[in-house]
Design a protein around this ligand. Sequence first.
Ligand code: FEO
Ligand code: CA
Ligand code: CA
Length: 636
Amino acid sequence: MAVKRHQDPDDNPAERQSSSTAFQEILKRRFSKRTFLKNAGLVAVALPLTGITNASSSINKSSSLSFNEIAHGLDKHLHLAKDYSAQVVLSWGDTLFSNAEKFDPNKQNSLSQLKQFGFNNDFVAYIPIPHSKKKSTHGVLIVNHEYVNSTMMHPGSPHAFELSLEQIDTEMAAHGLSIVEIQKQENKWNINRDSKYNRRITPLTEMKFSGPARGHKRVKTEFSPRGEKCMGTFGNCAGGVTPWGTILTAEENIQAYFSGNVRKTSEYESYKRFGLLGSKTAFSVWGKYYDHWNINKNPQAAMQAGWVVEIDPYDSSFTPIKRTALGRCKHEGCGVHVNKDGKVVVYMGDDQVFEYVYRFVSKNKYQPIDRENNMSLLDEGELSVAEFTDQGSIIWHPLQWGKKPHTKDNGFESQADVVLDMRKAADLVGATPMDRPEEIKVNPISGNVFAVFTNNSRRNPLNTDAANPRVLNRHGHILELLPPEQDHSAREYKWEIFILAGDPDSKIDNAYYHSDISESGWFSSPDNCSFDKNGKIWIATDGFNLSGKADGVWVSATSGKDKALSRLFLRAPIGAEICSPCFTPDYKTMFCSVQHPGDGSSFDQPSTRWPDFDENMPPRPSVIAITQDNDKIIGT
Ligand code: FEO
Ligand code: CA
Ligand code: CA
C-alpha cells in the first residue's frame, strides 16, 4: 500500500524500551567486513517511448549485474534498464471475461467492475497450467487488489466519504483478487478471456475458516452465526505461493474498512491492540450502507479479517479458506519454504511500526504427490515470534496455548484466543518490535531468509536496538536471517544486517551498502523482494516518492564480492510503487505490479496518464511483464 495511506500508523504500537546503543557501536557488532561507500559517477539517458523508456548507457563499476543501471529521477514514465522491455499485461478495468463490459472510466459501475481487473494491484503470482509442456509461457496469473483510491478512481475526484452507494459497490468490486489464464505467443503475453480458471474474488465472496479459530464464538457474525464462514477478503497486500500450487493472500490494513465506535464493543481491548479504532481508522464508509462493516452492528466482523487466505487458482469454484493457524495481524505477505525435513515453513511480517516477525512450521510434512494431504498442512503446526538479540541471535518463541504465558491467567482460553490476538500473545514473550516488517522470503540459493523493514519514523534513541539501529528510520532496512544448517524449524537463528537503506552520502541517513554503491544504487522504503535464478535479490520500494525520487526495483547480489551492491533496474511512474516482482519458472519473464500511478493527484488532474497516455483515460494500476530483448534469462 502507498505509504501515504498507512505510513507509520501510531495506533497503540507495541513500543518496548531497550538499551540505547550508539549507532557506530551497533554497526561494529552486526556488520560483516563490508565498508562504507563511494559513488560511481553514472550517466543515464531516458528515452520517452510509449511510457516505458530504457537507459541508453551507463557506467557500472565493479558489479556482477549484467544490466546497465538507470538513473534516479521522477517523471510520468516507467523506465527500464537497456535491452529490457515491459509489456502492460493487465490494467484496472481490463475485461477478464469475454462477456464483460468494455471499460469506460467515466461510466464505471459495480457490475462491470466484477468482470474486470480490479484497482491497485499488489501481489502477483504466476503458476503454470497443470501438465502443460509450456510451463513458462502458459499459466495462471493471480493478482491482489489491495485497496482503492477514490480520488483517482472516479470522475470528479471525490473523497471516499463523498461516495454514492453505487460508487461504494464499484470500489468494493475493485478489491480482492483477479485470477486469469495467460499465454505468451509471438513474444506477447495474452489473456484468455474464455478460460475456466478466470475468476474475480471480492470482499463479498463467501469463504470459510479452518484451524483453531474456526467455529469460535469470537468469529460469529450475522453472516456466519456458526463462525465457520466469512465474508470475503480485502486489504490484500502481498502473498505467497505454496509448492502444491495454491496461493496465499495476506490481509493487511483491514482497520481501514470498519467504521463505528469500537469502545462500545466487547472486543475493544483486542481491536485497540490491533490498531482498529472504528471510524478513527476507517478510510472507507462501507459501514454506512452495510452493517457487516459497522463495528457496532456486527462487533465480531473485524475478527473475520486480518488472516492469511489460501486459494486454489486451478479451481474457480474453490471456496477460499482463511487459515487461522497462521494468526491474525496486519499480514504483509507469506514466504513459504519446504524445510529439509519436509515440514512447511511460512515467514510472515506484521506491517505496522513496532510490530513483529512471525513463523509457522507445519506439524505434518509436504508430500509432493499428495495434494489433498498438502491442502491441510497450514491448519496445524507451531506459530512463533522472533526476538532479535543485540548479540546477533534470533530466538523463536512459541505462541502455544496451555504453556505459560499463554494460559487462562493471561486471558487465553484456547489456541483460538492466541491466534485471534496474536500480537498480544507475542507481547508476552519478549518479541522484538521492528521497523514495519514487510516481505520475508527465503533465498532459494543460499537458504537464508531476507526480511524487509520498510521504515519507522517513530523509532527513537530510547528504543533503538541492534536489529533496528536507526533513530527516525526514514528509509528502512533489510536483515538476513541465518537458520543453522538450513534448518528452518530451529529454535535459534543468527541474523546480519544486509542493507541499511537511504542516501549513502547523507550523514543523517547512516546508510549501509557495498562500498562501490553507485549514484542510483541507493533506495528508500523497501517493501517486496524476490530472488532470481542466481539468488540475486530484486527489491521493490514503496515510499521513495517522499524523497522526491521514483520508487522502483533495485537488484543486488546476496553473497560474494558484490553483496549489497544494489543497482537501479526499473523506475516507476510518478506516484506509483512497484510490488511483487515474480518470475516464470524459466526466469525469462518477470511480472510485477505498478500500483497507484499518479497517487497524490486526482482522476481529473492526474500527474501522469501512465500507461495509456490517452487524454480520456486516467492513470491505471497495471501488471507488467518484463523480458530481455534477446530472450535471455532476466538478470543475466
Ligand atoms: Fe501493503 Fe505493507 O504494504
Ligand atoms: Ca508498503
Ligand atoms: Ca506491501
